[in-house]
Design a protein around this ligand. Structure first.
Ligand code: FAD
Length: 512
């Protein structure tokens, strides 16, 4: 019996149980296809990272004796879509069985379900073994509970289930579940952020192949010294470097931003995690071990903050995705309809914070969480940009952007377009927040302290106008009611001025 097994571009875990036994009757298929490069406009580094990662895994499997069928993007016999290539390999190998790992994206899940139904051979879907929880684990956790699914109780359940950062009595280490309060310092130049620990592969040949095939991308390819890990060994080296040099200060400066460093103390591990070069449990356990080995150097607050992202937010976000798709993608609870400004594709905007955050994203395919949430996302939310356009930009631009994790973060957490199902409040800030947490306002032509003048920071009028526009919806929200009531309490003349200023900014959004 000949078996064909598909490996998707974000399923690059060489430790998957499939590979334990070498079986000449099994053929592994990997493919670089236009259906995957073209469903959204991708950053050049994202396409390079996935193709280079697949090539590394294919080489490794071949070296271990496995049979591999690999479609390169420029191959003449490449049908350029999953189903076309799979049909070809099933016929070539006279296969009687087709298998694939559970995909993480709704779109790919549909394509493969349809393929299985019509492929004419027996088929099976096996677990990828990557996540701690099942697709419906979050839904099962909340059961019949109506209304919001808050992350915190789910996170606590995950801590209990994994035993990570739990003491012998089954209580959270340090007596608290959450040290977020300690993790809100701005960064003023010290301690120095660690030097980048990125890879330096030469991917110029691959980049030429991608271009020759006519794949459209945007952003800097950085193909001569490619800064992302491409296989498990490189990903592990990246993890070790973060634990040693980034994690000790991760907590203190988790929310800080600075023009001199695009990552500060963040891990940049999302890419390796999402491609399954690393497992979330091993990453969380490694952080816990680093803390236990030297709690004076790696504080509990930093470790807990990091672990919460990896076994809390990441798993929770995925559960929301599978519970709410496909309708979730079209959510627009606040009725926002402004088109995304064209400078999102160039970084050419005078507002320093956005020039930095958008420009950095285009140059490096990376921005850390607060840049995504409190600069780019907050601007789109308060300006009233159409959530689907914000989603398409985020899905294309970041190296780690796969719909299962990108969409709930954009639609739910950042744009509040799901009406607050995921986030308990809209995340947005005026210039004071950006000024406190970064140095972006220095040298900006706009004044962060002014709300209405010709050079007032646009974030201010947009922020207050947002609360005025949505006052009814948010006035009773205990987490932000104060800001709304402050907006409602403004003298009528000031409200009119804020509204007029925000309307003028929206009309002139292309030239901010
Ligand atoms: C609008 C918006 C869009 C986002 N899009 C993506 C995306 O496409 N892909 C993606 O992986 N993350 C996304 N995130 C979550 C988060 O911003 C990134 O995971 C993080 O910035 C990646 O950088 P890092 O590896 O240095 O993270 P660190 O700050 O070092 O965090 C460690 C790890 O925790 C996980 N993590 C942290 N926050 C989240 C979160 N909110 N949801 C899921 N996992 C999280 C990531 O795997 C990350 O690598 C988005 C957040 C926002 C607000």
């Amino acid at each position: 019996m000949s078996v064909v097994r598909l490996i998707l571009g974000d399923q690059l875990d060489p430790g998957h149980p499939w590979y334990r036994k070498v079986d000449p009757k099994v053929t592994y298929v990997l493919m670089e296809v236009r259906s995957e490069t073209d469903y959204v406009l991708h950053h050049a580094q994202k396409v390079l990272a996935i193709f280079a990662g697949m090539r590394r895994l294919a080489d490794r499997l071949r070296a271990a004796g496995h049979r591999v069928r690999y479609f390169r993007i420029g191959d003449a016999d490449n049908a350029q879509d999953l189903a076309g290539n799979l049909r070809k390999v099933l016929a070539e190998r006279k296969a009687s069985r087709f298998e694939h790992q559970e995909p993480d994206e709704w779109r790919v899940d549909r394509v493969l379900a349809e393929f299985r139904a019509g492929c004419g051979v027996a088929s099976a879907v096996v677990p990828s073994g990557h996540f701690l929880d099942a697709r419906d684990g979050v839904a099962r956790h909340f059961g019949a509970a109506r209304g919001r699914w808050l992350m915190e109780p789910y996170y606590r359940a995950m801590r209990r289930r994994t035993g990570i950062l739990m003491d012998a009595a089954g209580e959270p280490e340090g007596g608290k579940w959450n040290f977020d309060h300690d993790n809100r310092k701005p960064w003023k130049g010290t301690p120095p952020p660690p030097k980048p620990w990125d890879g330096a592969a030469d991917l110029r040949g691959l980049w030429e192949e991608i271009q020759a095939a006519g794949v459209r991308t945007f952003g800097e390819p950085s193909a001569a010294r490619f800064p992302w890990p491409l296989d498990r060994e490189e990903a592990l080296a990246h993890l070790r470097a973060f634990l040693k040099r980034g994690l000790p200060d991760f907590g203190d400066y988790e929310d800080a931003m600075h023009s001199s460093s695009d990552r500060l103390f963040h891990s940049r591990l999302s890419h390796a995690l999402n491609l399954k070069l690393l497992n979330p449990l091993e990453v969380a356990r490694a952080a816990e071990a680093a803390h236990r080995a030297d709690p004076g150097r790696v504080p509990l607050a930093a470790t807990e903050g990091f672990v919460r992202q990896v076994i809390g937010w990441r798993e929770y976000i995925r559960g929301v995705y599978w519970a709410r798709m496909p309708d979730y993608a079209e959510s627009n609870a606040l009725g926002h309809e402004l088109p995304l400004p064209s400078w999102f594709w160039t970084g050419e905007v005078r507002m320093n914070c956005l020039r930095h955050a958008v420009g950095q994203s285009l140059a490096t395919a990376y921005a850390h969480h607060i840049q995504r949430l409190m600069v780019i996302g907050s601007f789109c939310l308060t300006a009233g940009v159409r959530p689907r356009e914000v989603d398409r930009w985020f899905l294309g631009v970041y190296i780690d952007a796969f719909e299962w994790v990108e969409l709930p973060n954009v639609i739910g957490m950042s744009q509040h377009a799901d009406g607050g199902f995921l986030g308990s409040k809209p995340y947005c800030g005026a210039a004071a927040y950006v000024n406190k947490m970064s140095d972006y306002c220095k040298g900006c032509p706009y004044d962060p302290k002014d709300r209405l003048g010709p050079l007032a920071c646009p974030l201010n009028a947009l922020y207050w106008d947002f609360w005025l526009r949505h006052a009814e919806r948010f006035r009773d929200n205990p987490r932000i009611g104060m800001a709304v009531r402050q907006a409602i309490g403004m003298p009528e003349a000031e409200k009119r001025a804020v509204r007029a200023k925000a309307a003028a900014l929206r009309a002139d959004i292309e030239s901010l």
